[in-house]
Design a protein around this ligand. Structure first.
Ligand code: SF4
Ligand code: SF4
Length: 610
Protein backbone atom coordinates (compact mmCIF):
# COMPACT_ATOMS: atom_id res chain seq x y z
CA UNK A 1 0.00 0.00 0.00
CA UNK A 2 2.65 2.50 1.06
CA UNK A 3 4.75 1.53 -2.01
CA UNK A 4 1.78 2.33 -4.27
CA UNK A 5 1.24 5.68 -2.52
CA UNK A 6 4.93 6.48 -2.80
CA UNK A 7 4.89 5.60 -6.50
CA UNK A 8 1.90 7.92 -7.06
CA UNK A 9 3.62 10.78 -5.26
CA UNK A 10 6.92 10.08 -6.99
CA UNK A 11 5.35 10.16 -10.44
CA UNK A 12 3.41 13.35 -9.64
CA UNK A 13 6.39 15.30 -8.37
CA UNK A 14 8.93 13.93 -10.79
CA UNK A 15 6.42 14.56 -13.58
CA UNK A 16 6.14 18.21 -12.46
CA UNK A 17 9.94 18.44 -12.39
CA UNK A 18 10.32 16.85 -15.83
CA UNK A 19 7.62 19.03 -17.40
CA UNK A 20 9.33 22.21 -16.24
CA UNK A 21 12.76 20.99 -17.24
CA UNK A 22 11.36 20.07 -20.66
CA UNK A 23 10.01 23.63 -21.11
CA UNK A 24 13.44 25.04 -20.39
CA UNK A 25 15.17 22.46 -22.56
CA UNK A 26 12.86 23.43 -25.45
CA UNK A 27 13.80 27.11 -25.00
CA UNK A 28 17.49 26.20 -25.21
CA UNK A 29 16.99 23.80 -28.13
CA UNK A 30 15.10 26.48 -30.11
CA UNK A 31 18.04 28.90 -29.87
CA UNK A 32 20.80 28.97 -32.51
CA UNK A 33 23.51 26.57 -31.37
CA UNK A 34 26.43 28.42 -29.81
CA UNK A 35 27.71 25.63 -27.57
CA UNK A 36 31.39 24.86 -27.85
CA UNK A 37 33.81 22.58 -26.03
CA UNK A 38 37.03 23.92 -27.54
CA UNK A 39 40.07 23.76 -25.27
CA UNK A 40 38.57 20.91 -23.28
CA UNK A 41 41.54 20.44 -20.89
CA UNK A 42 41.17 24.07 -19.73
CA UNK A 43 37.42 23.63 -19.32
CA UNK A 44 37.84 20.45 -17.27
CA UNK A 45 40.43 22.10 -15.03
CA UNK A 46 38.15 25.09 -14.48
CA UNK A 47 35.20 22.74 -13.85
CA UNK A 48 37.13 20.97 -11.12
CA UNK A 49 38.14 24.25 -9.52
CA UNK A 50 34.90 26.19 -9.87
CA UNK A 51 32.32 23.43 -9.51
CA UNK A 52 33.94 20.70 -7.46
CA UNK A 53 36.10 22.93 -5.26
CA UNK A 54 33.78 25.98 -5.47
CA UNK A 55 36.79 28.30 -6.00
CA UNK A 56 34.90 31.20 -7.56
CA UNK A 57 32.06 30.97 -5.06
CA UNK A 58 34.43 31.14 -2.12
CA UNK A 59 36.97 33.62 -3.49
CA UNK A 60 34.98 36.83 -3.47
CA UNK A 61 32.78 36.17 -0.46
CA UNK A 62 34.81 33.78 1.66
CA UNK A 63 32.30 33.32 4.50
CA UNK A 64 29.10 33.06 2.47
CA UNK A 65 30.94 31.21 -0.28
CA UNK A 66 32.32 28.61 2.11
CA UNK A 67 28.89 28.07 3.66
CA UNK A 68 27.46 27.62 0.18
CA UNK A 69 30.24 25.15 -0.57
CA UNK A 70 29.34 23.15 2.56
CA UNK A 71 25.77 22.84 1.31
CA UNK A 72 26.95 21.87 -2.18
CA UNK A 73 29.40 19.24 -0.94
CA UNK A 74 26.70 17.91 1.38
CA UNK A 75 24.29 17.55 -1.55
CA UNK A 76 26.85 15.61 -3.52
CA UNK A 77 27.61 13.37 -0.54
CA UNK A 78 23.89 12.66 0.00
CA UNK A 79 23.21 11.65 -3.62
CA UNK A 80 23.85 7.95 -2.97
CA UNK A 81 21.79 7.95 0.24
CA UNK A 82 18.83 9.57 -1.47
CA UNK A 83 18.99 7.12 -4.38
CA UNK A 84 19.02 4.12 -2.03
CA UNK A 85 16.04 5.47 -0.08
CA UNK A 86 14.13 6.04 -3.33
CA UNK A 87 14.85 2.49 -4.50
CA UNK A 88 13.56 1.27 -1.16
CA UNK A 89 10.46 3.50 -1.16
CA UNK A 90 9.55 2.46 -4.70
CA UNK A 91 9.90 -1.18 -3.73
CA UNK A 92 12.61 -1.82 -6.34
CA UNK A 93 15.35 -3.04 -4.04
CA UNK A 94 16.11 -2.68 -0.35
CA UNK A 95 19.77 -1.88 0.18
CA UNK A 96 19.20 -0.05 3.44
CA UNK A 97 20.33 -3.00 5.54
CA UNK A 98 23.58 -3.61 3.76
CA UNK A 99 26.71 -3.16 5.86
CA UNK A 100 28.29 -0.74 3.43
CA UNK A 101 25.16 1.40 3.54
CA UNK A 102 25.32 1.59 7.34
CA UNK A 103 28.95 2.76 7.09
CA UNK A 104 28.10 5.25 4.35
CA UNK A 105 25.17 6.59 6.40
CA UNK A 106 27.40 7.07 9.42
CA UNK A 107 29.93 8.85 7.23
CA UNK A 108 27.23 11.29 6.17
CA UNK A 109 26.77 12.62 9.70
CA UNK A 110 29.48 15.30 9.53
CA UNK A 111 28.15 16.34 6.12
CA UNK A 112 24.65 16.73 7.56
CA UNK A 113 25.99 18.93 10.36
CA UNK A 114 28.03 20.97 7.88
CA UNK A 115 24.98 21.45 5.64
CA UNK A 116 22.92 22.56 8.64
CA UNK A 117 25.55 25.10 9.66
CA UNK A 118 25.85 26.33 6.08
CA UNK A 119 22.16 26.65 5.37
CA UNK A 120 21.38 28.38 8.66
CA UNK A 121 24.15 30.90 7.92
CA UNK A 122 22.74 31.51 4.44
CA UNK A 123 19.18 31.73 5.78
CA UNK A 124 20.17 34.48 8.24
CA UNK A 125 22.12 36.26 5.49
CA UNK A 126 19.21 36.14 3.04
CA UNK A 127 16.39 36.89 5.46
CA UNK A 128 18.01 39.26 7.95
CA UNK A 129 21.40 40.65 6.80
CA UNK A 130 20.26 41.14 3.21
CA UNK A 131 23.32 42.27 1.23
CA UNK A 132 22.44 44.73 -1.52
CA UNK A 133 23.24 42.31 -4.37
CA UNK A 134 20.38 40.02 -3.27
CA UNK A 135 17.79 42.68 -4.09
CA UNK A 136 15.32 44.61 -2.00
CA UNK A 137 12.70 41.90 -1.49
CA UNK A 138 13.20 38.87 0.70
CA UNK A 139 12.84 35.84 -1.57
CA UNK A 140 10.12 33.63 -0.06
CA UNK A 141 11.24 30.81 -2.30
CA UNK A 142 14.79 30.98 -0.87
CA UNK A 143 13.40 30.81 2.64
CA UNK A 144 11.24 27.79 1.75
CA UNK A 145 14.22 26.03 0.13
CA UNK A 146 16.39 26.75 3.17
CA UNK A 147 13.70 25.30 5.45
CA UNK A 148 13.43 22.24 3.19
CA UNK A 149 17.18 21.63 3.41
CA UNK A 150 17.11 22.09 7.17
CA UNK A 151 14.26 19.58 7.42
CA UNK A 152 16.16 17.09 5.27
CA UNK A 153 19.22 17.24 7.49
CA UNK A 154 17.26 17.09 10.75
CA UNK A 155 15.17 14.11 9.60
CA UNK A 156 18.36 12.37 8.46
CA UNK A 157 20.02 12.89 11.83
CA UNK A 158 16.89 11.67 13.60
CA UNK A 159 17.21 8.29 11.86
CA UNK A 160 20.07 7.53 14.25
CA UNK A 161 17.81 7.89 17.28
CA UNK A 162 14.45 6.64 16.02
CA UNK A 163 13.39 3.05 15.46
CA UNK A 164 12.67 2.88 11.74
CA UNK A 165 9.73 0.53 12.34
CA UNK A 166 8.05 2.76 14.94
CA UNK A 167 5.33 5.20 13.89
CA UNK A 168 7.58 8.16 14.61
CA UNK A 169 10.35 6.53 12.60
CA UNK A 170 8.02 5.97 9.64
CA UNK A 171 6.68 9.53 9.84
CA UNK A 172 10.27 10.80 9.90
CA UNK A 173 11.08 8.78 6.75
CA UNK A 174 7.98 10.07 4.94
CA UNK A 175 8.71 13.68 5.86
CA UNK A 176 12.27 13.29 4.54
CA UNK A 177 11.13 11.76 1.24
CA UNK A 178 8.22 14.15 0.69
CA UNK A 179 10.48 17.15 1.21
CA UNK A 180 12.87 15.78 -1.44
CA UNK A 181 9.97 15.35 -3.86
CA UNK A 182 8.60 18.83 -3.17
CA UNK A 183 12.12 20.23 -3.51
CA UNK A 184 12.42 18.60 -6.94
CA UNK A 185 9.14 20.07 -8.11
CA UNK A 186 10.14 23.53 -6.92
CA UNK A 187 13.66 23.60 -8.39
CA UNK A 188 13.15 24.19 -12.13
CA UNK A 189 10.87 27.20 -11.74
CA UNK A 190 13.21 28.89 -9.30
CA UNK A 191 16.74 30.19 -9.16
CA UNK A 192 17.61 26.82 -7.62
CA UNK A 193 17.54 25.42 -11.14
CA UNK A 194 21.23 26.27 -11.02
CA UNK A 195 21.65 23.09 -8.95
CA UNK A 196 20.79 21.14 -12.08
CA UNK A 197 22.35 23.20 -14.84
CA UNK A 198 25.24 25.23 -13.43
CA UNK A 199 27.86 22.44 -13.79
CA UNK A 200 26.99 22.37 -17.50
CA UNK A 201 27.00 26.17 -17.76
CA UNK A 202 30.46 26.36 -16.20
CA UNK A 203 31.74 23.65 -18.55
CA UNK A 204 30.34 25.46 -21.58
CA UNK A 205 31.60 28.91 -20.55
CA UNK A 206 34.17 30.17 -23.03
CA UNK A 207 37.80 29.90 -21.90
CA UNK A 208 38.20 33.50 -23.09
CA UNK A 209 36.74 36.31 -21.00
CA UNK A 210 34.53 38.53 -23.17
CA UNK A 211 34.55 36.07 -26.04
CA UNK A 212 32.92 37.63 -29.11
CA UNK A 213 33.00 35.29 -32.10
CA UNK A 214 33.25 37.08 -35.44
CA UNK A 215 30.03 37.73 -37.32
CA UNK A 216 29.84 35.95 -40.63
CA UNK A 217 28.52 38.55 -43.07
CA UNK A 218 28.20 35.99 -45.83
CA UNK A 219 25.61 34.28 -43.66
CA UNK A 220 23.96 37.67 -43.16
CA UNK A 221 24.72 37.69 -39.44
CA UNK A 222 24.13 41.16 -38.00
CA UNK A 223 24.20 40.58 -34.24
CA UNK A 224 21.35 40.19 -31.79
CA UNK A 225 18.19 42.04 -32.69
CA UNK A 226 15.36 40.01 -31.20
CA UNK A 227 14.94 37.30 -28.57
CA UNK A 228 15.11 34.53 -31.17
CA UNK A 229 18.66 35.62 -32.07
CA UNK A 230 19.95 34.74 -28.58
CA UNK A 231 22.24 31.70 -28.84
CA UNK A 232 21.87 28.44 -26.91
CA UNK A 233 24.62 29.35 -24.41
CA UNK A 234 22.91 32.68 -23.73
CA UNK A 235 19.61 30.87 -23.12
CA UNK A 236 21.31 28.38 -20.80
CA UNK A 237 23.00 31.28 -19.00
CA UNK A 238 19.70 33.10 -18.48
CA UNK A 239 18.12 29.99 -16.97
CA UNK A 240 21.10 29.34 -14.69
CA UNK A 241 21.21 32.66 -12.83
CA UNK A 242 21.18 32.17 -9.07
CA UNK A 243 20.47 35.88 -8.50
CA UNK A 244 23.43 36.24 -6.16
CA UNK A 245 24.15 39.78 -7.40
CA UNK A 246 27.93 39.38 -7.64
CA UNK A 247 27.87 40.74 -11.18
CA UNK A 248 25.83 43.70 -9.98
CA UNK A 249 28.01 44.74 -7.06
CA UNK A 250 31.17 44.41 -9.14
CA UNK A 251 29.82 46.37 -12.11
CA UNK A 252 31.42 49.83 -12.25
CA UNK A 253 28.43 51.26 -14.12
CA UNK A 254 26.02 50.08 -11.43
CA UNK A 255 28.49 51.21 -8.75
CA UNK A 256 28.48 54.71 -10.23
CA UNK A 257 24.68 54.88 -10.09
CA UNK A 258 23.90 54.15 -13.72
CA UNK A 259 20.89 52.21 -14.91
CA UNK A 260 22.94 49.24 -16.11
CA UNK A 261 22.75 46.21 -13.86
CA UNK A 262 24.16 43.00 -15.38
CA UNK A 263 22.02 40.84 -13.09
CA UNK A 264 18.91 42.57 -14.42
CA UNK A 265 20.09 41.95 -17.99
CA UNK A 266 20.28 38.22 -17.29
CA UNK A 267 16.91 38.09 -15.53
CA UNK A 268 15.23 40.12 -18.28
CA UNK A 269 16.63 37.65 -20.80
CA UNK A 270 15.23 34.76 -18.75
CA UNK A 271 11.79 36.37 -18.53
CA UNK A 272 11.65 37.08 -22.26
CA UNK A 273 12.75 33.55 -23.16
CA UNK A 274 10.23 31.87 -20.85
CA UNK A 275 7.48 34.19 -22.06
CA UNK A 276 8.20 32.99 -25.60
CA UNK A 277 8.51 36.61 -26.77
CA UNK A 278 10.76 35.53 -29.63
CA UNK A 279 10.17 38.55 -31.82
CA UNK A 280 10.65 41.16 -29.11
CA UNK A 281 13.46 43.59 -29.79
CA UNK A 282 16.33 43.30 -27.32
CA UNK A 283 16.80 47.07 -27.35
CA UNK A 284 13.31 47.37 -25.84
CA UNK A 285 13.83 44.63 -23.28
CA UNK A 286 17.09 45.97 -21.87
CA UNK A 287 16.67 49.63 -23.00
CA UNK A 288 19.20 51.10 -25.39
CA UNK A 289 20.46 53.53 -22.75
CA UNK A 290 21.53 50.62 -20.57
CA UNK A 291 23.25 48.77 -23.42
CA UNK A 292 25.54 51.75 -24.09
CA UNK A 293 26.58 52.10 -20.44
CA UNK A 294 28.74 48.98 -20.39
CA UNK A 295 32.49 49.59 -20.34
CA UNK A 296 33.14 45.92 -21.26
CA UNK A 297 35.33 45.69 -18.15
CA UNK A 298 34.40 42.00 -17.81
CA UNK A 299 33.84 42.12 -14.04
CA UNK A 300 30.35 40.65 -14.31
CA UNK A 301 31.22 37.47 -16.13
CA UNK A 302 34.52 37.11 -14.32
CA UNK A 303 32.75 37.16 -10.96
CA UNK A 304 29.73 35.04 -11.85
CA UNK A 305 30.01 31.77 -9.92
CA UNK A 306 27.83 29.78 -12.35
CA UNK A 307 29.55 30.48 -15.68
CA UNK A 308 27.22 33.14 -17.09
CA UNK A 309 28.67 35.29 -19.91
CA UNK A 310 27.18 38.78 -20.00
CA UNK A 311 29.32 40.36 -22.70
CA UNK A 312 28.09 38.26 -25.62
CA UNK A 313 24.56 39.45 -24.77
CA UNK A 314 25.51 43.10 -24.20
CA UNK A 315 27.82 43.48 -27.18
CA UNK A 316 25.72 41.18 -29.33
CA UNK A 317 22.78 43.54 -28.71
CA UNK A 318 25.00 46.53 -29.54
CA UNK A 319 25.84 44.82 -32.83
CA UNK A 320 22.14 44.54 -33.56
CA UNK A 321 21.63 48.26 -32.82
CA UNK A 322 24.65 49.35 -34.85
CA UNK A 323 23.54 47.30 -37.85
CA UNK A 324 20.27 49.23 -37.74
CA UNK A 325 22.07 52.57 -37.48
CA UNK A 326 21.09 53.04 -33.82
CA UNK A 327 24.48 53.86 -32.28
CA UNK A 328 24.75 57.01 -30.13
CA UNK A 329 26.06 60.18 -31.81
CA UNK A 330 29.45 60.12 -30.09
CA UNK A 331 30.10 56.71 -31.61
CA UNK A 332 29.01 57.99 -35.00
CA UNK A 333 31.86 60.47 -35.02
CA UNK A 334 34.35 57.88 -33.74
CA UNK A 335 33.28 55.48 -36.52
CA UNK A 336 33.72 58.34 -38.95
CA UNK A 337 37.28 58.85 -37.72
CA UNK A 338 38.01 55.16 -37.98
CA UNK A 339 36.58 54.99 -41.46
CA UNK A 340 38.32 58.06 -42.82
CA UNK A 341 41.61 58.04 -40.92
CA UNK A 342 41.80 54.56 -39.35
CA UNK A 343 42.29 55.95 -35.85
CA UNK A 344 39.88 56.93 -33.10
CA UNK A 345 40.80 60.62 -33.12
CA UNK A 346 40.59 61.16 -36.86
CA UNK A 347 44.09 62.63 -36.98
CA UNK A 348 46.43 62.52 -39.95
CA UNK A 349 49.10 59.81 -39.94
CA UNK A 350 51.83 62.35 -40.62
CA UNK A 351 51.75 63.00 -36.85
CA UNK A 352 52.57 59.37 -36.15
CA UNK A 353 55.35 59.45 -38.74
CA UNK A 354 56.82 62.58 -37.15
CA UNK A 355 56.73 60.95 -33.75
CA UNK A 356 58.52 57.76 -34.78
CA UNK A 357 61.08 59.73 -36.75
CA UNK A 358 61.75 62.06 -33.82
CA UNK A 359 62.05 59.04 -31.52
CA UNK A 360 64.41 57.41 -34.06
CA UNK A 361 62.36 54.26 -34.31
CA UNK A 362 63.22 52.19 -37.35
CA UNK A 363 60.71 50.51 -39.58
CA UNK A 364 60.40 46.94 -38.38
CA UNK A 365 62.47 44.38 -40.21
CA UNK A 366 62.20 40.80 -38.98
CA UNK A 367 65.80 40.08 -40.05
CA UNK A 368 67.22 42.89 -37.92
CA UNK A 369 64.79 43.42 -35.05
CA UNK A 370 63.90 41.28 -32.04
CA UNK A 371 60.50 42.79 -31.41
CA UNK A 372 57.89 44.92 -33.08
CA UNK A 373 56.57 47.75 -30.92
CA UNK A 374 52.89 48.32 -31.59
CA UNK A 375 52.05 51.96 -30.91
CA UNK A 376 48.23 51.86 -30.96
CA UNK A 377 46.05 54.94 -31.47
CA UNK A 378 47.20 56.50 -28.19
CA UNK A 379 50.87 55.89 -28.89
CA UNK A 380 50.50 57.28 -32.39
CA UNK A 381 48.72 60.50 -31.47
CA UNK A 382 48.42 61.23 -27.75
CA UNK A 383 51.33 63.45 -26.75
CA UNK A 384 51.11 62.38 -23.13
CA UNK A 385 51.24 58.72 -23.96
CA UNK A 386 54.06 59.25 -26.41
CA UNK A 387 56.18 60.20 -23.38
CA UNK A 388 55.52 56.75 -22.03
CA UNK A 389 56.49 55.17 -25.34
CA UNK A 390 59.72 57.16 -25.38
CA UNK A 391 60.42 55.70 -21.96
CA UNK A 392 59.78 52.22 -23.31
CA UNK A 393 62.14 52.87 -26.24
CA UNK A 394 64.81 54.07 -23.82
CA UNK A 395 64.47 50.95 -21.67
CA UNK A 396 64.63 48.67 -24.71
CA UNK A 397 67.72 50.46 -26.02
CA UNK A 398 69.37 50.37 -22.59
CA UNK A 399 68.84 46.61 -22.50
CA UNK A 400 70.07 46.09 -26.07
CA UNK A 401 66.70 45.04 -27.52
CA UNK A 402 66.52 45.69 -31.25
CA UNK A 403 63.07 46.92 -32.12
CA UNK A 404 61.12 48.62 -34.84
CA UNK A 405 57.58 49.73 -35.60
CA UNK A 406 55.34 49.30 -38.61
CA UNK A 407 55.54 52.14 -41.11
CA UNK A 408 51.75 52.13 -41.19
CA UNK A 409 49.45 51.02 -38.42
CA UNK A 410 45.69 51.24 -38.18
CA UNK A 411 43.61 51.11 -35.00
CA UNK A 412 43.32 47.45 -33.98
CA UNK A 413 39.55 47.85 -34.14
CA UNK A 414 39.03 47.34 -30.39
CA UNK A 415 36.63 50.28 -29.98
CA UNK A 416 34.66 49.17 -33.04
CA UNK A 417 34.47 45.57 -31.80
CA UNK A 418 33.40 46.44 -28.24
CA UNK A 419 30.78 48.90 -29.41
CA UNK A 420 29.27 46.38 -31.81
CA UNK A 421 30.52 47.74 -35.13
CA UNK A 422 31.72 44.37 -36.32
CA UNK A 423 31.96 45.34 -39.95
CA UNK A 424 34.38 48.16 -39.19
CA UNK A 425 36.34 45.95 -36.81
CA UNK A 426 36.77 43.27 -39.44
CA UNK A 427 37.94 45.81 -42.01
CA UNK A 428 40.58 47.21 -39.65
CA UNK A 429 41.60 43.78 -38.42
CA UNK A 430 42.08 42.28 -41.88
CA UNK A 431 44.16 45.28 -43.02
CA UNK A 432 46.37 45.08 -39.92
CA UNK A 433 46.72 41.32 -40.18
CA UNK A 434 47.88 41.67 -43.77
CA UNK A 435 50.55 44.20 -42.71
CA UNK A 436 51.58 42.09 -39.73
CA UNK A 437 51.86 38.96 -41.84
CA UNK A 438 54.10 40.84 -44.25
CA UNK A 439 56.26 42.19 -41.43
CA UNK A 440 56.26 38.72 -39.76
CA UNK A 441 57.27 39.68 -36.20
CA UNK A 442 57.75 36.84 -33.73
CA UNK A 443 56.95 39.06 -30.76
CA UNK A 444 54.94 42.26 -30.48
CA UNK A 445 55.30 44.56 -27.47
CA UNK A 446 52.70 47.23 -26.77
CA UNK A 447 51.83 49.50 -23.89
CA UNK A 448 48.09 49.30 -24.64
CA UNK A 449 46.27 46.40 -22.92
CA UNK A 450 43.35 46.76 -25.36
CA UNK A 451 45.72 46.12 -28.28
CA UNK A 452 47.02 43.01 -26.45
CA UNK A 453 43.51 41.60 -26.18
CA UNK A 454 42.49 42.51 -29.72
CA UNK A 455 45.61 41.33 -31.55
CA UNK A 456 46.16 38.40 -29.20
CA UNK A 457 42.60 37.05 -28.99
CA UNK A 458 40.39 38.65 -31.62
CA UNK A 459 42.88 38.37 -34.48
CA UNK A 460 43.34 34.69 -33.67
CA UNK A 461 39.75 34.21 -34.83
CA UNK A 462 40.98 35.16 -38.32
CA UNK A 463 43.71 32.53 -38.06
CA UNK A 464 46.49 34.99 -37.22
CA UNK A 465 48.56 34.10 -34.17
CA UNK A 466 51.50 36.01 -32.76
CA UNK A 467 53.03 36.45 -29.35
CA UNK A 468 51.91 39.86 -28.08
CA UNK A 469 52.92 41.04 -24.65
CA UNK A 470 52.20 44.13 -22.66
CA UNK A 471 55.26 46.28 -22.03
CA UNK A 472 54.97 45.71 -18.26
CA UNK A 473 55.41 41.97 -18.78
CA UNK A 474 58.22 42.35 -21.31
CA UNK A 475 60.15 44.93 -19.30
CA UNK A 476 59.68 43.01 -16.06
CA UNK A 477 61.47 40.05 -17.59
CA UNK A 478 64.05 42.27 -19.21
CA UNK A 479 65.02 43.99 -15.97
CA UNK A 480 64.97 41.00 -13.63
CA UNK A 481 68.72 40.94 -13.45
CA UNK A 482 68.98 44.73 -13.28
CA UNK A 483 69.32 46.19 -9.82
CA UNK A 484 67.59 49.52 -9.64
CA UNK A 485 69.77 52.56 -9.27
CA UNK A 486 67.36 55.42 -8.65
CA UNK A 487 68.42 58.65 -10.27
CA UNK A 488 68.30 61.80 -8.22
CA UNK A 489 64.70 62.99 -8.31
CA UNK A 490 63.58 59.58 -9.47
CA UNK A 491 61.72 58.65 -6.29
CA UNK A 492 58.00 59.23 -5.99
CA UNK A 493 57.22 62.47 -4.18
CA UNK A 494 56.08 62.58 -0.54
CA UNK A 495 56.61 59.43 1.46
CA UNK A 496 57.41 57.45 -1.69
CA UNK A 497 54.16 55.53 -1.63
CA UNK A 498 52.48 54.88 -4.93
CA UNK A 499 49.28 53.16 -5.85
CA UNK A 500 48.80 51.06 -8.95
CA UNK A 501 45.60 51.10 -10.96
CA UNK A 502 45.21 47.73 -12.69
CA UNK A 503 43.77 48.27 -16.17
CA UNK A 504 40.82 45.88 -16.73
CA UNK A 505 42.31 44.63 -19.98
CA UNK A 506 45.64 43.88 -18.31
CA UNK A 507 44.63 42.60 -14.86
CA UNK A 508 41.27 41.00 -15.46
CA UNK A 509 41.46 39.99 -19.11
CA UNK A 510 45.19 39.32 -19.22
CA UNK A 511 45.75 38.14 -15.64
CA UNK A 512 48.93 40.22 -15.51
CA UNK A 513 48.88 41.57 -11.99
CA UNK A 514 52.25 40.55 -10.56
CA UNK A 515 54.52 41.93 -13.27
CA UNK A 516 53.58 45.63 -12.89
CA UNK A 517 53.90 45.31 -9.12
CA UNK A 518 57.25 43.56 -9.42
CA UNK A 519 58.50 46.47 -11.54
CA UNK A 520 57.24 49.11 -9.14
CA UNK A 521 58.80 47.49 -6.10
CA UNK A 522 62.00 46.57 -7.95
CA UNK A 523 62.44 50.24 -8.80
CA UNK A 524 61.86 51.60 -5.35
CA UNK A 525 58.10 52.13 -5.14
CA UNK A 526 56.12 51.19 -2.05
CA UNK A 527 52.65 50.16 -3.18
CA UNK A 528 49.48 51.08 -1.31
CA UNK A 529 46.83 48.84 -2.78
CA UNK A 530 43.48 50.43 -3.60
CA UNK A 531 40.15 48.76 -2.98
CA UNK A 532 39.28 46.67 -6.07
CA UNK A 533 42.67 45.69 -7.43
CA UNK A 534 44.59 42.92 -9.19
CA UNK A 535 42.28 40.74 -11.29
CA UNK A 536 39.13 42.49 -10.06
CA UNK A 537 39.92 46.17 -10.56
CA UNK A 538 37.34 48.93 -10.73
CA UNK A 539 37.19 50.20 -14.29
CA UNK A 540 38.38 53.70 -15.26
CA UNK A 541 35.25 54.08 -17.40
CA UNK A 542 36.88 54.32 -20.84
CA UNK A 543 36.23 50.86 -22.30
CA UNK A 544 33.47 49.92 -24.70
CA UNK A 545 33.74 53.26 -26.53
CA UNK A 546 32.84 55.24 -23.41
CA UNK A 547 36.05 57.25 -23.70
CA UNK A 548 34.06 59.35 -26.13
CA UNK A 549 30.73 59.54 -24.31
CA UNK A 550 29.59 62.93 -23.15
CA UNK A 551 30.34 62.57 -19.46
CA UNK A 552 28.28 65.60 -18.46
CA UNK A 553 25.14 63.94 -19.75
CA UNK A 554 25.67 60.63 -18.00
CA UNK A 555 23.24 59.66 -15.25
CA UNK A 556 24.84 58.98 -11.86
CA UNK A 557 28.50 59.70 -11.15
CA UNK A 558 31.33 59.32 -13.59
CA UNK A 559 32.98 55.92 -13.27
CA UNK A 560 36.39 57.61 -13.46
CA UNK A 561 35.48 59.86 -10.50
CA UNK A 562 34.51 56.84 -8.41
CA UNK A 563 37.78 55.11 -9.29
CA UNK A 564 39.86 58.20 -8.66
CA UNK A 565 38.39 58.50 -5.15
CA UNK A 566 39.29 54.86 -4.47
CA UNK A 567 42.87 55.57 -5.58
CA UNK A 568 43.02 58.76 -3.53
CA UNK A 569 41.82 56.88 -0.47
CA UNK A 570 45.08 54.89 -0.45
CA UNK A 571 46.84 58.10 0.64
CA UNK A 572 49.52 57.62 -2.03
CA UNK A 573 50.66 60.78 -3.77
CA UNK A 574 51.37 59.04 -7.07
CA UNK A 575 49.16 56.84 -9.21
CA UNK A 576 50.98 54.50 -11.57
CA UNK A 577 49.00 53.50 -14.65
CA UNK A 578 49.69 51.06 -17.46
CA UNK A 579 47.06 51.87 -20.07
CA UNK A 580 46.68 55.07 -22.11
CA UNK A 581 42.92 55.16 -21.67
CA UNK A 582 43.02 54.67 -17.89
CA UNK A 583 45.50 57.52 -17.80
CA UNK A 584 43.25 59.86 -19.80
CA UNK A 585 40.16 59.05 -17.73
CA UNK A 586 41.82 59.25 -14.33
CA UNK A 587 43.64 62.47 -15.11
CA UNK A 588 40.27 63.91 -16.13
CA UNK A 589 38.83 62.85 -12.78
CA UNK A 590 41.82 64.31 -10.95
CA UNK A 591 41.35 67.64 -12.74
CA UNK A 592 37.63 67.71 -11.82
CA UNK A 593 38.49 66.95 -8.21
CA UNK A 594 41.22 69.64 -8.18
CA UNK A 595 43.55 67.12 -6.55
CA UNK A 596 47.34 67.30 -6.70
CA UNK A 597 47.84 63.56 -7.17
CA UNK A 598 50.59 62.79 -9.67
CA UNK A 599 50.16 60.32 -12.48
CA UNK A 600 52.98 58.39 -14.03
CA UNK A 601 52.91 55.66 -16.62
CA UNK A 602 54.67 52.48 -15.55
CA UNK A 603 57.29 52.69 -18.32
CA UNK A 604 58.26 56.22 -17.29
CA UNK A 605 58.36 55.14 -13.66
CA UNK A 606 60.86 52.42 -14.59
CA UNK A 607 62.88 54.53 -17.02
CA UNK A 608 63.40 57.27 -14.43
CA UNK A 609 64.93 54.74 -12.05
CA UNK A 610 66.80 52.45 -14.40
S1 SF4 B 1 31.32 44.37 -18.46
FE1 SF4 B 1 31.67 45.72 -16.69
S2 SF4 B 1 30.45 47.57 -17.12
FE2 SF4 B 1 29.71 45.95 -18.50
S3 SF4 B 1 27.98 45.05 -17.40
FE3 SF4 B 1 29.78 43.82 -16.95
S4 SF4 B 1 30.56 44.69 -15.04
FE4 SF4 B 1 29.15 46.21 -15.90
S1 SF4 C 1 24.50 36.52 -13.50
FE1 SF4 C 1 25.85 35.30 -12.21
S2 SF4 C 1 26.75 36.80 -10.78
FE2 SF4 C 1 24.97 37.76 -11.72
S3 SF4 C 1 23.31 37.38 -10.29
FE3 SF4 C 1 23.23 35.76 -11.84
S4 SF4 C 1 24.43 34.11 -10.94
FE4 SF4 C 1 24.95 35.95 -9.76
Amino acid sequence: MSVAVFWALFLTFVGAFAAQVATRARVIAAAPNTFSLDDLPFRIRRFLLDVVLQRRTIRERPAAGFMHALVFWGFVAFAGYTSVEFLYGLGIVDLTHMRWFAAYRAGLTPFAIAVLVGILFLLVRRAIVRPVGLGTKVSVESIVIALFITTLMVTFLLTFTLDEHSTVGRVNWWVHMLVILAFMALIPASKHFHLVVSPLTVLLKSPELGNLPNLDFEKEQVGLETVKDLGSKMALDALTCVECGRCQVNCPAWGAGKALNPKTIVLQTQEALLAGARDRKLGEIYSEEVLWQCTTCGACENQCPVGIEHLPILIGSRRGLVSNGDAPDYLGSMYNHLERRSNIWGLGYDQRTKFIQAAQVETFDATRHDVLVWLGCAGSFDADFQKSLRSLFEILRARGVRFGALAKEKCTGDPAKRTGNEYMFQELATANIEDLKTAAPKTIVTSCPHCVKTIGNDYRKFGYTVEIVHSSVYVEELTRSAPASPKPGGSPPGDGRVTFHDPCYLGRYGGKVDEPRALITRFGGVISEPERNRDNPYCCGAGGGLLFADKEEEPGSRISDVRFKQLQATGAGTVVTACPFCSIMLKGAQASAGADTQFVDLMTFVKDRL
